[in-house]
Design a binder for this molecule. Structure first.
Ligand SMILES: *[C@@H]1O[C@H](CO)[C@@H](O)[C@H](O)[C@H]1NC(C)=O
Ligand SMILES: *[C@@H]1O[C@H](CO)[C@@H](O)[C@H](O)[C@H]1NC(C)=O
Ligand SMILES: *[C@@H]1O[C@H](CO)[C@@H](O)[C@H](O)[C@H]1NC(C)=O
Length: 359
């Protein structure tokens, strides 16, 4: 987004900014329609493809991770990138190039280490302290201006570790997503209906997913991303919705936006596992270390209570975890053991691990 616009919106009220941005997206969309000679109903292409005639998979996907320049985000990106490089070249992997979409609006010192695309954050105050609202805006800007050779995109997050080479899980125009147990559109009917009115269809149209992890055709994400941003901002603006959804608001934003475009995701439980709840890595593709792992020395989970042994990313808000973290005591699930081993392998091999990204 050109700087002129940013300067302009900074001076005006946040509410105007929402409509200003919305107008901007309308302009983007229009431009797109004109350039690609598309009709105004992009969802139709997706519905048409609901037959089984989709092309085979095996097409490469671009790995895109949205991030900030905070040390907390940086060290996670470095670990993720380490495993990306290892897994990308293994047989059975459809991974293509990698981009860190940095939504801090300025470069940082990891630019040399990994391919990074800098985008603007939302105008001041618009995220209301909820930083992940920047994600849809980051994707909109990146898709608009970057050259992406792959036809598909994996939307990933910094706390993802790739555990095994993974194929393109999307099938033609059907994206693949991970079903989160706590995303339950049908149980939030009153709220959801504000953004997905009855005439759009049943609430079961809305997948129990967030934007990540998702593998999706680039052209479909281009359609969804502005709506995702639009819906997320409107959800955040609405106090009742903000309260009901809390930190998962932007996930609902993506789920609703994709339904508005008539896009259904193939739900893949094996897309990712989340220690300490998932006990074994098995055949999953990503370890997501969003939950703290707390155990007694007897190997008992003490979730919610600081354990005698613990690994929690939030212990390292201002700088990276040290190299060679101690392994969990006997009795702790394999998923947690593997997570710590993989963190240790990455940190042992990344140059200047403990000095480069401190705040
Ligand atoms: C991958 O990204 C690099 C930049 O890091 C670029 O030079 C290269 O052309 C890209 N390759 C493909 C196949 O997109
Ligand atoms: C954003 O939401 C508003 C309100 O529903 C709608 O009028 C507008 O068309 C939407 N814009 C985009 C780009 O989705
Ligand atoms: C890692 O720590 C263990 C003790 O927890 C120690 O035995 C081992 O030598 C250390 N490894 C490295 C490479 O520092």
């Amino acid at each position: 987004m050109p700087t002129i616009e940013r300067k302009h919106v900074r001076r005006v009220s946040p509410l105007f900014v929402v409509f200003g941005l919305v107008f901007l997206f309308a302009a983007y969309n229009l431009l797109h329609m004109v350039m690609h000679n598309k009709g105004p109903n992009p969802g139709a292409a997706v519905t048409d493809a609901l037959g089984m005639s989709d092309p085979v998979t095996g097409l490469r996907y671009h790995v895109a991770v949205t991030a900030t320049d905070a040390p907390y985000s940086q060290w996670q990106c470095r670990i993720m990138y380490y495993w990306y490089k290892k897994v990308r070249d293994m047989p059975g992997s459809d991974m293509g190039n990698f981009t860190r979409i940095l939504h801090s609006g300025r470069t940082d010192h990891l630019m040399e280490e990994m391919h990074t695309f800098v985008v603007d954050p939302l105008p001041d105050g618009l995220d209301r302290g909820y930083i992940v609202l920047n994600r849809p805006w980051a994707f909109v800007q990146w898709l608009e201006s970057a050259t992406i050779e792959e036809e598909y995109i994996l939307m990933a997050e910094p706390d993802h570790i790739f555990v095994s080479p993974f194929p393109n899980l999307a099938k033609g125009s059907h994206p693949a997503g991970y079903p989160f147990f706590y995303i339950k559109p049908a149980e939030k009917a009153k709220i959801i209906r504000k953004f997905y009115p009855k005439e759009k269809g049943p609430l079961t149209d809305i997948d129990p997913i967030g934007n990540s992890p998702v593998i999706i055709q680039k052209s479909i994400l281009e359609e969804i991303a502005p709506t995702w941003m639009n819906v997320s901002l409107r959800m955040k603006e609405d106090p009742e919705t903000d309260k009901a959804f809390g930190w998962v608001l932007e996930m609902y934003g993506y789920a609703v936006a994709s339904a508005l475009h008539k896009v259904k995701h193939i739900l893949r439980k094996d897309f990712m596992l989340q220690p300490p709840w998932d006990l074994e890595v098995g055949k999953s593709f990503i370890i997501h270390y969003t939950y703290g792992c707390d155990y007694s020395m007897k190997g008992e989970l003490t979730y919610g209570k600081i354990g005698e042994w613990r690994f929690d990313k939030r212990s390292y808000l201002s700088g990276p975890p040290p190299r060679n973290l101690s392994l969990p005591p006997p009795g702790v699930p394999e998923s947690v053991v593997q997570l710590v081993k993989m963190v240790n392998e990455a940190t042992a091999n990344i140059p200047k691990w403990e000095t480069l990204n401190r705040s």
